[in-house]
Design a protein around this ligand. Sequence first.
Ligand SMILES: Cc1cc2nc3c(=O)[nH]c(=O)nc-3n(C[C@H](O)[C@H](O)[C@H](O)COP(=O)(O)O)c2cc1C
Length: 184
Amino acid sequence: MKKSELSPKISTFPMPVAVISVGTGEAANLITLAYVGKVCHDPPIIAISIRPNRHSYKLIENLGEFVINYPTIEQLRETDYIGTHSGRDVNKWNHLNLTKENASVVQVPMIKEFPWNMECKVIKRVEFGSHICYFGKVVATHSDPNYVQNETLNPEEFNFPAYIAGNYLQLKKGALARHGFTVE
Ligand SMILES: Cc1cc2nc3c(=O)[nH]c(=O)nc-3n(C[C@H](O)[C@H](O)[C@H](O)COP(=O)(O)O)c2cc1C
């Protein structure tokens, strides 16, 4: 097979689409991120990366906390708006009629209308170059019970978009197989 050469900067796939809340009270802001990924199970750590020119950058630097809010595919419009407008110019909560819900551990509000929220405390930050990477320890997770089965996310009800090469993708086709299906 002859393979094409691609840039080392090409993104992995699929990337999630998540809306992160940062800051507190009236200053609380929202930013859409694709650079979001679990990097350790115990303790549970998720890494997110933010460019320093974002309005959200100062807010996460000051508080050291964030909430990951995962949208459904029906909430793509809100998600794209949050990722294409700055909190410097508009209050995204008010503009999109999103409700601040108190988190159980962190001071940053969760998005009430988004069905899956993960509260995180920054335990480490690394300056790699274009983006600052924050490693957040997950201190609480909340989900709409409709998406949950046996205390974990139900793959048959999974309704969250992914992101690849500038496009939002739908993953809702159900599970292909269960992890370990080749084990006798
Ligand atoms: C799908 C999508 C993914 C994005 N991923 C990132 C990301 O991983 N890191 C980042 O710094 N900006 C990312 N952005 C851009 C920010 O969301 C965007 O610049 C936003 O307007 C910044 O808001 P703020 O200035 O209120 O913080 C993404 C935008 C979209 C639409």
